[in-house]
Design a protein around this ligand. Structure first.
Ligand code: HEM
Ligand SMILES: *[C@@H]1O[C@H](CO)[C@@H](O)[C@H](O)[C@H]1NC(C)=O
Ligand SMILES: *[C@@H]1O[C@H](CO)[C@@H](O)[C@H](O)[C@H]1NC(C)=O
Length: 331
């Protein structure tokens, strides 16, 4: 299959939008998540996750980026319920994991498995995979930011039993979305323009496959820095496909550092995606970009807050969820 990933994404997006998802989700009743949720049932739980994330990130900072993206992709599809972790089975051959936004680019699954294995040894059947995903994203940000990003994370999520590939493109915005489309995707999950601008700042770390931005380098758009366009053209094939789709770093200046460089890159037009550049296409969002770029610590604080808010999306309870033993399969 030689079609580019972008074409596949476009085709599937067309299919998804033929049956549009409701623009506004029903507000779920606020579930009872608690900071230090495992203090009695598994006192070392957060420490165990942090240890697994520390080993992974020190070996490969990209895994930290993968874990942060994983938290987002989990929460925006069926809520923060570890639905993104489920492997295909005969009963459910097309789970979220195989959706175009996740396959083959989403990474960090082995880190979650390692943390979960250690947790099952210490306190079997107690800590949910969905909490592991959110703890891991929190800890990845802690290590990649040099301890500048830290937040207390309420926990007590249950793991979901539903995971459908077709819901990934319905809820996860693709990299070619413009500002109004991005605002629509975030609003559908209860997030405002400020959250969109703040959470997009996660693109200060990690990588992208060439296929995610090839639309912007075949004919360089006027909103990309020409030096970046030249660099990307040297690294990427003209038509990336499944067998030839290299990766490049998202932040060419501090690729492994979780900082506010993303916003400086927006100001110098050094970002990869249409969806990144889109943040400079309205006065309201451009002003927020400038604030995040110039006010020390502002973005880090807002990011922590927005991640906690995201971690509360559509939480499952004992009534409609479970504590999985193995994050990849239902109990
Ligand atoms: C605003 C809409 C967003 C779009 C359109 C978008 C799109 C993308 C795309 C296309 C990639 C590259 C995947 C690849 O080709 O390997 C990527 C990477 C990434 N995204 Fe986003 N994203 C968005 C928001 C977010 C949010 C809210 C977060 C987390 C808070 C996030 C975190 C990341 C991270 C950390 C990476 C690097 C992953 C890695 O290195 O494995 N993104 N994003
Ligand atoms: C996804 O597919 C399932 C059945 O396979 C269907 O019930 C559901 O409505 C679909 N969702 C979307 C967003 O297309
Ligand atoms: C964004 O794209 C949508 C769909 O193609 C279009 O209707 C809308 O006018 C565009 N908005 C902007 C601000 O370009």
């Amino acid at each position: 299959m030689m079609a580019t990933r972008l074409v596949v994404v476009l085709v599937l997006l067309g299919a998804a939008t033929a049956h549009p998802a409701p623009a506004y989700e029903e507000a779920a009743p606020t579930p009872r998540l608690k900071v230090s949720y495992y203090a009695r049932s598994c006192p070392r739980a957060e420490h165990i996750v942090r240890h697994a994330v520390r080993s992974a990130v020190s070996a490969n900072p990209g895994l930290g980026a993968g874990l942060i993206r994983m938290a987002f992709h989990d929460c925006f599809v069926q809520g923060c319920d570890a639905s993104v972790l489920l492997d295909p089975t005969p009963a459910n051959p097309r789970p979220e994991k195989l959706g175009p936004p996740n396959f083959p680019s989403l990474r960090g699954f082995d880190v979650v498995d390692a943390a979960k294995a250690a947790l099952e040894k210490a306190c079997p059947g107690v800590v949910s995979c969905s909490d592991v995903v959110q703890f891991a994203a929190r800890d990845a940000a802690f290590f990649l930011s040099g301890a500048r990003i830290y937040y207390r994370l309420p926990a007590g999520r249950f793991d979901g039993r539903v995971s459908l590939e077709n819901e990934t493109l319905a809820f996860l915005p693709p990299p070619f979305f413009n500002l109004s489309q991005l605002i629509g995707s975030f609003r559908a999950k209860g997030f405002g323009v400020d959250d969109l601008v703040v959470l997009s700042g996660a693109h200060t770390i990690g990588r992208s496959h060439c296929s995610s931005f090839s639309d912007r380098i075949s004919t360089p758009p006027s909103d990309m820095n020409p030096a970046l366009a030249t660099l990307l053209k040297a690294r990427c094939p003209a038509s990336p496909n499944f067998t030839n789709d290299p990766t490049v770093v998202q932040d060419i200046f501090t690729p492994d550092r979780m900082d506010n460089q993303y916003y400086k890159n927006l100001l110098s037009r050094n970002v990869l995606f249409v969806s990144d550049a889109a943040l400079m296409t309205s006065r309201q969002t451009a002003r927020k970009v400038i604030e995040n770029a110039v006010v020390p610590n502002r973005w880090e604080r807002k990011y922590a807050k927005a991640m906690v808010k995201m971690s509360r999306l559509e939480i499952k309870t004992a009534a409609n969820g479970e504590i999985r033993k193995n994050c990849r399969v239902l109990n």
